[in-house]
Design a protein around this ligand. Structure first.
Ligand code: PRP
Length: 215
């Protein structure tokens, strides 16, 4: 039997996903060992392989079919814009994509002034400002600690994830506009969906059932 390959996002999301998968009978104890440097883990009995990838790379592996299935944040799925199917909202890691900044930026944003927007998500920011709001802005790509940008005068606002809101609060920033809700999603390669229809559909059905039972 051909292995069904599942790409997980390194870190907290991987552990949470493994817990869910375990509840539907798909286990991989090898992977829980925090000290291992191994990259691929196999459950021979089930014919399933797992691997861990950097968050932004998971949709890439899935689009090219190197993974049949992936678990990825909606933020990454939107930012990467890959060709794939998004099949389940796992409801984990709920948060929002927002435009944030100091209260003083609210007016400038409202009046469509040419402002600078710092973000780790340039495609999401572009889509939001250009396509949805028809507003011209200058987008500056950063790689982390985005809240720093308006504090030191790199940009007027940021586009970033807000979970508890404490990073914003502690830095005197606030949510100015909400872009969309985010959470972890199951994504599937478009060819695998046909070729491995039976196995993938069973997995989707079991996961959906588990999610309704847990709610
Ligand atoms: C994320 C995000 C915010 C923060 C939001 O950053 O970019 O900075 O979490 O969470 P909160 O609303 O609960 O405060 P992350 O910690 O992933 O690191 P980063 O700064 O490197 O992006």
């Amino acid at each position: 039997m051909r292995y069904l390959t599942i790409a997980l996002t390194k870190g907290r999301l991987a552990l949470k996903t493994l817990n869910l998968l375990e509840q539907i009978g798909i286990s991989c104890d090898e992977m829980k060992d925090k000290n291992t440097r191994k990259l691929i883990f196999t459950n021979e009995e089930l014919g399933i392989r797992f691997f861990l990838a950097k968050a932004n790379d998971v949709p890439t592996y899935v689009e090219y079919g190197a993974a049949d299935i992936g678990i990825s944040g909606k933020d990454i799925i939107m930012e990467e814009g890959r060709k794939l199917y998004e099949v389940i909202d796992l409801g984990m890691g709920r948060c929002k994509m927002c435009v944030c900044g100091p209260e003083t930026a609210r007016e400038r944003l409202k009046h469509h002034e040419l402002i600078r927007v710092a973000t780790k998500y340039p495609n999401i920011a572009k889509d939001y400002f250009y396509n949805k709001k028809h507003q011209t802005v200058e987008i500056i790509k950063l790689n982390g600690s985005i809240e720093l940008a308006p504090l030191v005068g790199l940009s007027e606002v940021i586009v970033d994830i807000v979970e508890t809101g404490s990073t914003l609060r502690e830095n005197g920033l606030t949510v100015l506009e909400e872009i969309c809700d985010l959470s972890a999603r199951v994504i599937v390669n478009q060819v695998s969906m046909k070729r491995e229809n039976e196995r993938i559909n069973r997995l989707i059905r079991d996961l959906k059932q588990l999610l309704t039972e847990n709610n």
